[in-house]
Design a binder for this molecule. Structure first.
Ligand code: NAD
Length: 257
């Protein structure tokens, strides 16, 4: 039985990925912000999906010691961490000269450095086992940029570099390291931006979706969290054993332009 750790899995894409892994019968360690009742509901619901055990760890992805404890706790509970999904992420939209320094630091910590901390903690046991899967949820913004998202775009481009470097280091040890690059997915992270963007641009919320968010997504549809989750399941499987150091885009054609 495999064990998967999914950071930032109390909401959105991470929750869908954790749900999908629980459905395969894996043990799953969920993580992320959330009240006790919400976390309890998710843990209980996911526990019923497969044969694996589902536990929660509250590590804050800005705190390296807590991140190390997340991986150590998962390994102690289940004997190994076979699949590591680095998904936790936040966004802040502001022009560079007004971008708060503390927001920059927080985004680099959560969206980039946390993956360095989870990976360095998880790799030794994967090497010992000769098998491992590391999946980094990057973004179309790991490949191309948009204005007013300097920290996010910098962090996501950084995670693409980390993905490739680590993939090369462990390529001959049965461990693959890849990124998934979604376009716009309608999760709380994106929904929170809609009213602010509508106000800032003096347009309706519907226009924000069609004219701003989906402007560069040729399918004109949001990507679903389930599509991202199914791609993670594929990358974690044996059929994907030769796929490493690369990314899979799920962006409706955005980065083909
Ligand atoms: P979301 O807001 O729904 O979920 C983010 C998760 O990260 C939540 O579980 C939250 O609790 C957790 N989190 C935030 N700060 C944390 C911290 N300090 N410590 C631990 N956990 C923390 O967002 P989402 O859209 O599901 O985003 C998930 C990932 O997908 C992010 O890395 C995001 O950049 C990426 N992504 C999202 C989209 C999109 O359009 N939604 C597109 C491309 C990439």
């Amino acid at each position: 039985m495999k064990t998967a750790v999914v950071t930032g899995s109390t909401s959105g894409i991470g929750l869908a990925i954790a749900t999908a892994f629980a459905g395969t019968g894996a043990n799953v360690v969920i993580n992320g912000l959330g009240g006790a009742a919400e976390v309890e509901e998710i843990t209980h619901r996911l526990s019923g999906l497969g044969g694996g055990k589902v536990v929660y760890h509250p590590a804050d992805m800005t705190r390296p010691a807590e991140i190390a404890d997340l991986i150590a706790t998962a390994a102690a509970e289940f004997g190994s961490v076979d699949i590591l999904v680095n998904n936790a992420g936040i966004q802040h939209v502001e022009k560079i000269e007004d971008f708060p320094v503390e927001k920059w630091d927080q985004i680099i910590a959560i969206n980039l450095s946390s993956s360095f901390h989870t990976i360095r903690a998880a790799i030794p046991a994967m090497k010992a086992k000769g098998w491992g899967r590391i999946i980094n949820v990057a973004s179309a913004h790991g490949l191309v940029a948009s204005p007013f998202k300097s920290a996010y775009v910098a962090a996501k481009h950084g995670i693409m570099g980390l993905t490739k470097a680590v993939a090369l280091e462990v390529a001959d040890q049965g461990i693959t390291v890849n990124a998934i690059c979604p376009g716009y997915v309608l999760t709380p992270l994106v929904e929170k931006q809609i009213p602010d963007t509508a106000r800032a641009r003096g347009i309706t919320e519907a226009q924000v979706k069609s004219d701003v968010m989906l402007k560069f997504q040729p399918t004109k549809e949001f990507v679903s969290v389930e599509e991202v989750a199914e791609t993670a399941i594929f990358l974690a499987g044996d059929a994907a054993r030769s796929i490493t150091g690369t990314h899979i885009s799920i962006d409706g054609g955005w980065t083909a332009q």
